[in-house]
Design a protein around this ligand. Structure first.
Ligand code: ZN
Length: 252
């Protein structure tokens, strides 16, 4: 494994002094490759956190362009970038935050046909996409590839985020009814700006804990009610009939 340079040791000093993290944790982040699906509100919380923390390789997947109505919750984009491609702008943002990060944009929309090809080779996937069809395609691919998934969502005043590793999977949680649902929740229902940033930051925390072995958080969904200002953690049971991860139960 490559040694951390003097500049990196200085940059990550507040990580390296942390008990249960240390140089080993920082090296694990530097060696890690994370795919981020969606450079929207969740991505705007997660991408700065992951880049600053020193994830070595980030792949940012989004086929959208910056719309003026995004700016209320997506502070990684500036007013003068309206109309620009989100994936490329977000990757440039990440590398400007931290020159030790290699960020690669993929201007693609993930679907069941291309998800495995786009996500293969990563150590973890962080999904902050805005619709169930994409989330299910990403989850199915992660189960098939054996890649841990942090799935995060926020709408109106409600946020949810959890780590999925094999079984139970995201499909156990939502079922099969939403594969054709590709509507943009935020445009129809609204969302309070800091909520997706909070959920995206929490998603980055789960990702870093998983990549450094700080905790095994799989199988629990964390819910933030931004109206009552309360967090709840609920265990997610595996669906015995899940068409995606059910095979994992039968094979082992
Ligand atoms: Zn499942």
């Amino acid at each position: 494994m490559a040694e951390l340079t003097d500049q990196e040791l200085e940059r990550y000093a507040r990580h390296i002094v942390l008990p249960r993290f240390g140089g080993a944790g920082q090296n694990a982040l530097k060696a890690a490759s994370v795919a981020i699906v969606g450079a929207g509100g969740i991505g705007s919380g997660a991408i700065p956190a992951l880049a600053a923390a020193g994830i070595g390789q980030l792949t940012i997947i989004d086929d959208d362009i910056v719309d003026r109505s995004n700016l209320q919750r997506q502070p990684i984009f500036r007013d003068d970038q309206v109309g620009g491609g989100k994936a490329g702008l977000a990757a440039a943002f990440a590398m400007a935050v931290n020159p030790y990060v290699e960020a690669s944009p993929r201007e693609r929309r993930i679907d069941p046909a291309n998800a495995a090809e786009l996500l293969a080779g990563h150590d973890l996937v962080l999904d902050g996409s805005d619709n169930f069809a994409t989330r299910l395609a990403v989850s199915d691919a992660c189960v098939g590839l054996g890649i841990p998934l942090v799935s995060a969502a926020a709408v109106q005043l409600q946020g949810q985020v959890g780590l999925f590793r094999g079984r139970p999977c995201f499909r156990c949680f939502v079922g099969d009814a939403f594969d054709s649902d590709d509507c943009d929740n935020c445009s129809e229902l609204g969302v309070l700006g800091p909520l997706p940033l909070t959920i995206g930051g929490f998603a980055a925390l789960l990702a870093i804990r998983a990549l450094t072995g700080m905790g095994d958080d799989a199988g629990t969904l964390h819910l933030l009610d931004a109206d009552r200002l309360s967090w709840r953690a609920i265990p997610l049971p595996a669906d015995p009939g899940c068409r995606t991860c059910g095979a994992l139960a039968r094979s082992g």
